[in-house]
Design a protein around this ligand. Structure first.
Ligand code: GLN
Length: 483
């Protein structure tokens, strides 16, 4: 599969048609999807119709969009008026959205062709894409392993070469962790950068939409299209788009990177620590200054996140009552029974657990002890990052995950082990900062060589600079590979 930028350029120059690119992508999906289970739905006819429209518009002299003819996969918690928007939940199994999410509208408006919806953990709650009514997605790099989650389907679709780019959502790591597990670049923009209108809300104060791609240039291309103010999302900000695609190859001069003490956890896999070290060495060779920093509150980030996120989820998911949305249970004796039965049948065990946990931490008598305390931690997690930026760091460098992709089934029965997967990612959502994961090495586990990512955390709304910093590492890796 060609890169997104090659496709957009070739389609715009009319060297090949969007239709031919789409047919190629659909053929790869038909061949590979049974093996990896990345897609919940594939839109053969709809995709070809979109592609033909792109070709017809170009033929009639309309200007080409930045994603002209690029096949894109959309996470199945992002509303699209075509097909179903299931959130991988029994409750929404047959839900048809009456409208398109702004993110979907933006990529289609830029000429992209949405080829299907991708698998996820139910309502984006999970780190492995195992909590899905469609069954687990498999990591294309080793199909006995998880692709990460919750945007595991989006990551697997890109890693298997079915599409050059995909759209995911990230509430506590759901773009970055799958990117790390599948050897991709995954970007979570600053909170407010990308409209969440039409993203089925999990935890509204943390959710962001962003791209997954094979390299920085393709990620930047899609990121620029997604960014912007949207009158349908009051939290979206009115700032010029980061233009990260155009500035990508300009290295940041006098770059200062902070590496937190907490990055060197003894719980890290040796391959993770080695990859972080090698990224630090590369940046030093490029002339960057790498300084030690301290993010003391990050030790409490997982605890705070697993209070704030379920609290918001318990409120957001109250709308799924079997009346206004989705599946309604049969044979209920009265209204309360119908609500309870519909929700019990419709939600999987992880979602039920989080709704109960969230309701508990918001209930009178526990609100201050749990929820208010978590909000205080949240503020101080942000203060720690702010202090690093104020001390002169352009960005913070740390692992994306403590280890490489784990085996399917390995952690699903151990909630704490699963939640600890998020130790490096959730603090960034609590702080609202932009961050990405980029491939930085590998780890060997039982004879398999698996990708490892490093995470770069940027300053608010500095996605352009963040992408340039990431590109420096990527380019150094490419020239080392050529030597
Ligand atoms: N793994 C985290 C969770 O289960 C993050 C999920 C996400 O970012 N959507 O909540």
């Amino acid at each position: 599969m060609r890169s997104a930028r090659d496709i957009a350029r070739g389609v715009a120059a009319r060297e090949f048609s969007a239709e031919s690119v789409t047919r190629e992508a659909l053929a790869v999906i038909d061949r590979e999807n049974p093996r990896v289970n990345a897609f919940t739905q594939v839109f053969h006819d709809f995709a070809l119709a979109q592609a033909r429209r792109v070709d017809a518009d170009l033929a009639s002299g309309k200007p080409a969009g930045p994603l002209a003819g690029v096949p894109v996969a959309l996470k199945d918690n992002i509303c699209l008026s075509h097909g179903r928007t299931t959130c991988a939940s029994r409750l929404l199994e047959n839900y048809h959205s009456p409208f398109d999410a702004t993110a979907a509208r933006m990529v289609m408006g830029a000429g992209a062709v949405i080829v299907g919806k991708t698998n996820l953990d139910e309502y984006a709650m999970g780190s492995s894409t195992e909590n899905s009514i469609f069954g687990p997605t498999r990591n294309p790099r080793d199909i006995t392993r998880v692709p990460g989650g919750s945007s595991g389907g989006s990551a697997a679709a890109v890693a298997a070469g079915m599409v050059p780019v995909a759209i995911g959502s990230d509430t506590g790591g759901s773009i970055r962790q799958p990117a790390a597990f599948c050897g991709l670049v995954g970007v979570k923009p600053t909170y407010g950068r990308v409209s969440r209108f039409g993203l089925v809300a999990y935890a509204s104060s943390l959710d962001q939409i962003g791209p997954l791609a094979r390299d920085c240039a393709d990620a930047a291309l899609v990121l620029d299209v997604l960014c912007g103010k949207d009158e349908h999302d009051a939290t979206s900000v009115d700032l010029p788009t980061p233009a990260s695609h155009n500035t990508l190859d300009e290295p940041v001069s006098n770059l200062v990177l902070g590496v937190p003490t907490q990055a060197w956890s003894t719980a890290n896999h040796a391959g993770v620590t080695a990859s972080l070290k090698s990224a630090i060495d590369t940046y030093k060779q490029l002339g960057a200054k790498v300084v030690d920093i301290d993010l003391p509150l990050s030790d409490y980030a997982v605890a705070a996140y697993y209070i704030v996120a379920p609290a918001e989820a318990s409120s957001n998911l109250a709308r799924f009552d079997g009346v206004r949305y989705g599946r309604r249970a049969e044979g209920a004796k009265d209204l309360t029974d119908m609500l309870c039965k519909s929700r019990r049948e419709g939600f999987g065990p992880e979602v039920r657990k989080r709704i109960m946990l969230g309701t508990h931490v918001l209930s009178s008598g526990y609100y201050d002890a749990y929820y208010t305390t978590a909000l205080k931690v949240r503020r101080r997690v942000k203060d720690d990052f702010d202090a690093a930026f104020r001390a002169g760091c352009h960005a913070v460098l740390m692992p994306t995950t403590p280890g490489p992709a784990f085996a399917i089934g390995e952690k699903i029965g151990d909630a704490l082990a699963m939640y600890m997967e998020d130790v490096y990612t959730v603090g960034i959502n609590l702080a609202g900062l932009p961050a990405l994961s980029i491939p930085a090495g590998s780890a060997s586990v039982g004879g398999a060589t698996l990708p490892v990512g490093v995470q770069i955390v940027g300053q608010p709304f500095e996605e352009g600079e963040l992408m340039r910093i990431a590109r420096m590492l990527e380019r150094a890796g490419q020239s080392a590979g050529m030597a």
